[in-house]
Ligand binder design. Structure first.
Ligand code: HEC
Ligand code: HEC
Length: 291
């Protein structure tokens, strides 16, 4: 009797292990199909100025778009996810030093990465938020590239990306935004220059940087990072609807809300929003209040 139970338990366990193995095989197969897909993107060439005023605008954009969170403040490259289940994910060294970008990484290569989410082989970049940068106007994207190219070379090898088993499953299920190129309209033609002024229209343009976490509707929802806190509703129907412009600006500069809550930088990246100008925050406020 006892040996029979043992036999059954053994068989059940073996069956389970096999099932999990097969399922994981299917997810692995689908994962590699996503990352091996080749895209045909027509990269529209635009002039990249080199003057110091453009480089200064690019530095500000590098800071407020959070590039440094993933590529390092000096563009030296940075590991920003390191978890055996999710994987090891690093933004590469964006300088032209040893271990950084190859010498033939030209303006078109920058535009291909930032606007199309594609690498030199025309395959998707992983976790690089190009679907947000894709909507920046020619003026802003050129300034970012001008700033990056003006930085001194740093010799530091880029860390190869390794996606762990949970990372593969969650990305195939669409729970982790890993495949940049898939979320992009590859034929989008961006405006040359949008009007930058404290208006709701400019706020809408800036709010693209908030949609990765707060959702395109900006009403919040589950956190895109597995295990993260729920993302707040920042439209007029949330707390923002009760805040004055000054309170909104103070919150995004200090992380402390008028309700007395201290937002944690690991949840809501307020050290990044702290770097927005008054005009940019005023525009964001007007847009969010209009929703
Ligand atoms: C959420 C993290 C994250 C942010 C924010 C981010 N990147 Fe990336 N970026 C990555 C990762 C990861 C890669 C490498 C992807 C790969 O190799 O598949 C990458 C790749 C790139 C590449 C392509 C390099 C190559 O060798 O093909 C460029 C260029 C780049 N990023 C520039 C930027 C700039 C400029 C910004 C800000 C405007 C930025 N990134 C913001 C994560 C990020
Ligand atoms: C990396 C994800 C992420 C990004 C990007 C992000 N947020 Fe948040 N934000 C959060 C999370 C998560 C919370 C909720 C934190 C909490 O409840 O402690 C939050 C909270 C807030 C709050 C407080 C809301 C309240 O009711 O107290 C405001 C305001 C806010 N975000 C504005 C913005 C704006 C504006 C942007 C874009 C410029 C932005 N956030 C970008 C994740 C993000």
């Amino acid at each position: 009797m006892f040996s029979k139970i043992l036999k059954w338990t053994g068989a059940t366990l073996l069956g389970l292990v096999l099932l999990v193995g097969i399922l994981y095989g299917v997810f692995s197969f689908l994962f590699y199909r996503h990352i091996n897909k080749t895209y045909t993107a027509e990269v529209r060439d635009i002039p990249i100025p080199e003057d110091s005023a453009t480089v200064a605008i690019g530095r500000h954009l590098y800071e407020i778009k959070g590039c440094g969170e993933c590529h390092g403040e000096r563009l030296e490259g940075k590991v920003f996810v390191n978890d055996p289940a999710l994987g090891k994910i690093a933004g590469n060294n964006l300088t032209y030093g040893k271990g950084g970008l190859p010498a033939n990484f030209n303006n078109k290569s920058w535009l291909r990465a930032l606007r199309h989410g594609l690498n030199a082989q025309n395959k998707t970049l992983l976790l690089m938020p190009s679907e947000e940068f894709n909507r920046l106007d020619d003026h802003d994207i050129a300034a970012i590239i001008a700033f990056c190219k003006a930085q001194p070379p740093i010799d530091q090898p880029s860390t190869p990306i390794k996606i762990g088993p949970v990372g593969k499953v969650l990305s195939v299920l669409g729970k982790v935004p890993l495949f940049a190129a898939e979320k992009i309209d590859q034929h989008q033609v961006q405006p040359a220059l949008i009007t930058k002024a404290p208006t709701a229209a400019y706020g809408k343009y800036l709010s693209v940087s908030c949609t990765g976490c707060h959702q395109p509707s900006l009403t919040g929802g589950p956190n895109p990072v597995p295990g993260g806190v729920a993302v707040a509703n920042i439209t007029a129907s949330g707390h923002v609807g009760k805040w004055s412009k000054e309170e909104f600006i103070a919150t995004l500069r200090t992380g402390k809300t008028p309700e007395g809550k201290q937002l944690q930088a690991k949840d809501m990246p307020w050290p990044m929003t702290a770097k927005y100008t008054d005009e940019e925050l005023a525009a964001l406020y007007l847009y969010l209040r209009s929703l």
